[in-house]
Design a protein around this ligand. Sequence first.
Ligand code: KIV
Ligand code: NA
Length: 270
Amino acid sequence: MKSIPDFLKWKADGKAITMVTCYDAATAKIVNATSVDSILIGDSCAMVVHGFDSTVHATVEMIAAHTAAVRRGAPDKVIIADLPFLSNRKGIDHAMDAVDQLMKAGANAVKLERRKGNIQLVEHIVDSGVPVMGHLGLTPQSVNEFGGFKMQGKSEAAARALIEDAQMLEQAGCFSIVLECIPGDVAAQVTNAISIPTIGIGCGPDVSGQVLVINDLLGMDASFQPRFARKYETLSERIGLAVDRYCADVRSATFPAAGEYSSRLAKLES
Ligand code: KIV
Ligand code: NA
């Protein structure tokens, strides 16, 4: 079984690391049987599962419940759970309580956004035996600061700051860092400046691995098509068609059919 220390080895060996998000046990059971290296219970859950307009609305209880569901469905995968909005910014006791809930729910590691003001906390979590993944660039919890979901790290100064942040997170003990929506050349520079792996989303190929939100990968939302999220399926169409076929069969009385139910009469005759 793969584990958190493998992440370092995978980067050293030049093996591309794969990660998908997952939120429920049924999907996790499917993902558990795939070759994917790791599962992220992202706070994107607040948006793609709960329908909120940003990840600001995620709570520790929400992420812990989804982490527990995913762990029940995917007993064999490395699971990383997101520390939701402000859960790591209300003092160390509150933060460690959140870490505790996510780990007891079945995570192998936690992920937190941004560097500034988080270094001591990262060290404390890591020193407590809990692996930490960093997250830099377009950190969605900061959507209100950014004024939207906008690419980050475009200026020379911002690119330099990203490299410095990544180095500080590595020093603090992070085992890996997600880079979200920064220019590909900047992601490459960050990746080359540290020995821990970078997991990219919207950052091009020059990172140590890739992560996609599973709803995007599966094409669950026909109206959402960001440039960086390749659709490997169009489940929105397929699910809609399946539900309509079911409705048509009910209306034409072709569902349920013989063999799809039992009756005492049928038993007596057979
Ligand atoms: O919440 C999430 O899905 C994430 C990934 C996009 C990295 O943080
Ligand atoms: Na997230």
